[in-house]
Structure formats: structure tokens, C-alpha cells
Ligand binder design. Structure first.
Ligand code: AMP
Ligand code: ZN
Length: 112
């Protein structure tokens, strides 16, 4: 498991690694996925390092609620006018590659 120090998304959140940023506030940063699997492929990450959805607890309720409320706003602002998919890969069996919680937003065409 990654720790904050060697976490690529922590480095993006801290501005140490560049990204195609589309949004930032005190709790979140959102950017274009580097390897898009749809015409619109956005990632929303909390600035707080949480390894995965398996690592959340009740103290994260507000943060997780805010992340979901952000999703349709960012989708609309980035051209997903006809809807979108959201995805959170969790753990090895869930196909998670980056162990810093992130929400995928996929839009622009029907995806499987
Ligand atoms: P997953 O952990 O499987 O939910 O997916 C991690 C996602 O992060 C993949 O879709 C990658 O293409 C994406 N990704 C990895 N590194 C970067 C980066 N430096 N900038 C933007 N997206 C990235
Ligand atoms: Zn991190």
C-alpha cells in the first residue's frame, strides 16, 4: 500500500506533479485522466490521503458527500451534457491501481 510520501495523487494534490486540472477547492482537486477511456474522463480526488473506499469511516461522511455533489457539476462543466458514469475502483479485486481514493467520471459516449 502506498503512503502519502510516495503517493502520486498526493503529489498532484500538492502541485508537485502536473495535471490537466479542471477544479480545485480546499478539499478536492479534479483533473483529466492521463489515459482516458472515454471522450470525457475526469478524476476527482480528496486532498486528504485515503487509500481506498475500504479505508473510509464515519469521519469521512461530509467529504464523501461533497465528492458526489461535485460530480454532476464537473461533468456538466466539462461537456458531459447527456449524462455520465461514475466509478470507484476499490482494492486489488476491484482493479484499483492508484491507492488514493478517487472518483472516475466518464462521459461523452455510451461506455460498457
Ligand atoms: P484506478 O486506480 O484503477 O481507479 O485508476 C487510476 C487512474 O489514474 C487510471 O485511470 C490512470 O490512467 C490514472 N492516472 C494515473 N496517473 C495519472 C496522472 N499522473 N495523471 C492523471 N491520471 C493518472
Ligand atoms: Zn495520496
Amino acid at each position: 500500500m502506498t503512503t502519502t510520501a510516495d503517493c502520486i495523487f498526493c503529489k498532484i494534490a500538492q502541485g508537485q506533479i502536473p495535471c490537466k486540472k479542471i477544479y480545485e477547492d480546499e478539499d478536492f482537486i479534479a483533473f483529466h485522466d492521463i489515459n482516458p477511456r472515454a471522450p470525457i474522463h475526469l478524476l476527482v480526488i480528496p486532498k486528504l490521503h485515503i487509500e481506498s473506499l475500504q479505508h473510509v469511516d464515519a469521519s469521512h461522511r461530509d467529504l464523501l458527500g461533497k465528492m458526489l455533489v461535485l460530480a454532476p457539476q464537473l461533468a456538466a462543466e466539462n461537456g458531459a451534457s447527456e449524462g455520465f458514469k461514475t466509478l470507484i475502483n476499490t482494492g486489488p479485486a476491484g482493479g484499483q491501481e492508484v491507492y488514493h481514493l478517487h472518483l472516475h467520471i466518464l462521459g461523452g459516449r455510451p461506455t460498457a
